[in-house]
Design a protein around this ligand. Structure first.
Ligand SMILES: Nc1nc2c(ncn2[C@@H]2O[C@H](COP(=O)(O)OP(=O)(O)O)[C@@H](O)[C@H]2O)c(=O)[nH]1
Ligand SMILES: [Mg+2]
Length: 276
């Protein structure tokens, strides 16, 4: 296409041409029309990945094009060899966990206002994604961002504080956040490390309790994690951020699932299951 696009044409078989333009939808449509007019219709059922050694590899290449996160990529690359060597499929529960490598699981950060929830999202994203202020009620509509945590991409939702809403708009935002919390794969309860006035949720596989702003010191032994917490972080100093990322990843896709040697039918829909 002179002046519009440069494209690559590959002929992997006598009766098959692969045409790979760089352009957008308009270029592809124009190309489709031109090929049809030239008497070269698109062959129905033509393989999308004719260079693949087999069906699993073709599916793998196709899935690889849309996934993010190095853990997904590594595991997918290994699957054709596993199926070829006749390894038994991974159990259903493992497949359900591994499915989270392909579709970002939902992680919601909630808790009282003004404890550093938005700052935590910004620190993990390494860029400003949510507004930060030294007063409650600043985060209203939950802010969503995709974050890669320890090689797993999650959909992170920074929710407004759960304190009593001082206006109807915040109350509405809180009601929406409550729906997201119900749907979440993992909920992060965020509370100041030194705050003893709150009652953190009971331990649960779906909740992770974070002691926030831990750089400020707290209690009789600064730097020691409060008994109620599962993790201790500071968005300002970076304390505990790498450990938090790894803890979140392990809660969502456990080490046992990642290192399971079985063959993974990553193309099959998996029913949702409880987190590990
Ligand atoms: N010392 C300290 N202050 C923090 C930290 N994270 C946030 N803050 C401050 O706490 C206040 C509230 O932060 P914000 O992220 O808006 O809290 P949110 O309301 O829970 O989202 C702001 O003044 C932040 O600068 C932290 O890790 N350490
Ligand atoms: Mg906020």
């Amino acid at each position: 296409m002179p002046g519009v696009d440069t494209l690559l044409v590959i002929r992997p078989a006598d009766d098959l041409l692969l045409v790979t333009p760089h352009g957008g939808v308009g270029v592809c449509r124009a190309l489709g029309r031109a090929l049809r007019d030239a008497g070269l219709p698109r062959r129905e059922g033509a393989p999308y990945w004719p260079e693949a050694a087999g069906e699993v590899e073709a599916r793998m290449l196709s899935t690889l094009a849309s996934v993010r996160g190095h853990r997904a990529v590594r595991l997918l690359l290994d699957q054709p060899a596993r199926w070829a060597s006749g390894l038994p499929p991974v159990p259903q529960a493992v497949a359900a966990e591994l499915a989270r490598l392909l579709r970002p699981p939902l992680v919601v950060a909630t808790g009282p206002a003004n404890v550093g929830k938005s700052s935590l999202a910004n620190a993990l994203a390494s860029r400003p994604v949510a507004r930060v202020a030294d007063r409650p009620g600043v985060t209203r509509d939950a802010v969503a961002v995709d974050l890669e945590l320890d090689g797993l991409v999650v959909r992170w939702l920074d929710a407004p504080g759960v304190d009593r809403a001082e206006d109807a708009v915040l109350a509405q935002a809180q009601a929406l956040a409550a729906i997201a919390i119900e749907a979440a794969d993992l909920v992060l309860w965020c509370q100041d490390a030194w705050d003893v006035s709150q009652r953190p949720p009971d331990p649960s596989s779906r909740w992770l309790r974070l002691a926030m702003r831990a750089d400020r010191g707290f209690g009789p032994s600064p730097g020691v994690m409060p008994a109620w917490a599962d993790a201790m972080v500071s968005a300002h100093t970076g304390l505990g951020l790498a450990e938090l990322a790894s803890q979140i990843r392990r809660r969502l896709v456990g080490d046992a699932a990642l290192s399971h040697p079985g063959a993974w039918a990553f193309w099959e829909p998996t029913p949702p299951s409880d987190p590990p």
